[in-house]
Design a protein around this ligand. Structure first.
Ligand code: GUN
Ligand code: FE
Length: 442
């Protein structure tokens, strides 16, 4: 195996991993270089001294004057919902029944799943997202399709087969037994292959019987290092339904707690209407709450209380939730997060937002040692951003005097058009059309 050494030059920006200590500590190098070998970052620093040391056969991709950041991370989205986005006029439970479940029923067909997987991976890379936590459908074929595509592009991806055995159309249901067995087989097949990781994925409490939740708890206990992903406390109708279905439970969170599903690397989508007790339970067990602003606004679900979630010591992620969510772009997602928080008397600085999209989301996924930073030993997954991608951005940027101001305008007005290139494991996996070749030798 020959070693592949590559280097990127540009304006480097990243954040240190520990959000308690340095969430706000931006690291910025105006003219910097990232060197990667065999998919891993080996050196980060000022361009001049690194250029002197680099041997002549290393190609430097010169992205000046663009920003180079760790690839964006999207910790909650649904592969089978790329054709559900923008479905009109319903709140969560009606939206699921009317649009989402019928669409997901198509994914037992491997050709349907494969076509969607290719589209999704392309679109994520076009938006600068290099890692995502992905819900597939009940059908194991949908997981095979997604992981096959992720593996082909050498990506770090997390995904799982949705388990649901009630309150949905028959074509989408598994059983406590088949849900367990199919998940088990998919774990054996995919988990740890390349950079792929399997997530145990009970859809949410309303679509799982007690028997299925029990089997899921057994699966989770047999695989203590795996991610778990599900939905929690998104919508008032959903919460009332959970109260009906699980009369023994004092709240929604206890349904998951009782089955051993609240733990480290358990990702709870939404968490909008939690009680103090529920937040304490999530924080005590080091679980993660995933904020999905475009989805929460689109489905009229509610406003995420970032201050309360952080106050309880819960790890926080920021995600698109395609297709309840309406944009694949983490920049647009951050812009909507700012607006949600503004409605709630809270704020999100540009540094906080860009930290969330990178190191913060890595922390929410328990991957803070692997991705989300430009640092030696980290995966060489990066996004190159053009702050002046559109006439409107260029006009506004002419008045941006500081880096935080530039970043705030970039997230407010930017989107996929701002993504010049995306790198995964040191390879260029997306390039904006019309980009002049950026490759020069040092
Ligand atoms: N709760 C259970 N399933 C879903 C889903 O697919 N999308 C959203 N937004 N919430 C859910
Ligand atoms: Fe979701």
């Amino acid at each position: 195996l020959t070693s592949r050494k590559t280097a990127l030059r540009g304006r480097l920006l990243w954040f240190d991993a520990d959000p308690a200590v340095s969430a706000k500590a931006a690291r910025f190098i105006e003219d910097g270089i990232v060197v990667a070998e065999n998919g891993v970052i080996t050196e980060v620093g000022e361009a001049a001294p690194i250029l002197k040391r680099l041997s002549g056969d290393v190609v430097v991709s010169d992205h000046r004057p663009h920003l180079i950041l760790p690839g964006f991370i999207d910790p909650h989205l649904h592969m089978p919902q790329t054709q559900v986005i923008g479905s009109y006029g319903a709140e969560l439970m009606e939206w699921l029944a009317k649009y989402t479940f019928p669409e997901e029923s198509r994914y037992g067909d491997p050709a349907v799943a494969q076509e969607a997987a290719v589209f999704l991976v392309d679109e994520l890379l076009r938006c600068g997202t290099t890692t995502a936590a992905v819900y597939c459908t009940t059908h194991p074929e949908s997981v095979d399709a997604f992981f096959t595509e992720a593996e082909r592009r050498h990506l770090r991806m997390i995904a799982g087969k949705v388990m649901m055995d009630r309150n949905a159309p028959p074509a989408l249901l598994d059983t406590a037994e088949t849900g367990y067995a199919q998940s088990k087989a998919l774990i054996a097949k995919w988990h740890g292959r390349g950079r792929l990781a399997y997530a145990i994925s009970p859809r949410f409490a309303p679509t799982s019987s007690e028997a299925q939740l029990t089997a899921t708890g057994v699966l989770a206990s047999e695989h203590p290092d795996l991610h778990i992903q599900t939905h929690l406390s998104e919508n008032h109708g959903e919460i009332a339904f959970v109260r009906e279905l699980f009369p023994w439970s004092k709240d929604y969170t206890e349904v998951y707690e009782r089955h051993g599903l609240v733990r480290e690397k358990a990702l709870f989508g939404h968490c909008l209407h939690l009680s103090e007790r529920e937040r304490t339970a999530l924080g005590d067990r080091d679980a993660s709450a995933i904020f999905c602003p475009t989805s929460n606004l689109f489905l009229g679900s509610g406003l995420f209380d970032l201050a309360a979630i952080r106050g309880a010591g819960i790890r926080v992620g920021l995600a698109t939730d395609i297709g309840g969510g309406t944009s694949y772009s983490m920049l647009q997602t951050a812009a909507e997060a700012y607006k949600v928080l503004a409605m709630n008397g809270q704020t999100l600085t540009a540094y906080d937002a860009f930290h969330m999209m990178t190191a913060g989301n890595a922390h929410a996924l328990g991957l803070e040692e692997r991705i989300g930073r430009l640092a030696s030993g980290f995966d060489a997954d990066m996004v190159v951003l053009d702050s002046g991608a559109t006439p409107a951005l260029r006009r506004r940027m002419a008045r941006a005097e500081t880096l935080p101001e530039e970043l705030f305008v970039l997230m407010t007005m930017g989107d996929d058009r701002s993504v010049v290139a995306t790198y995964a494991a040191g390879r260029r996996v997306h390039e904006r059309q019309g980009l002049a070749s950026p490759s020069i030798s040092p």
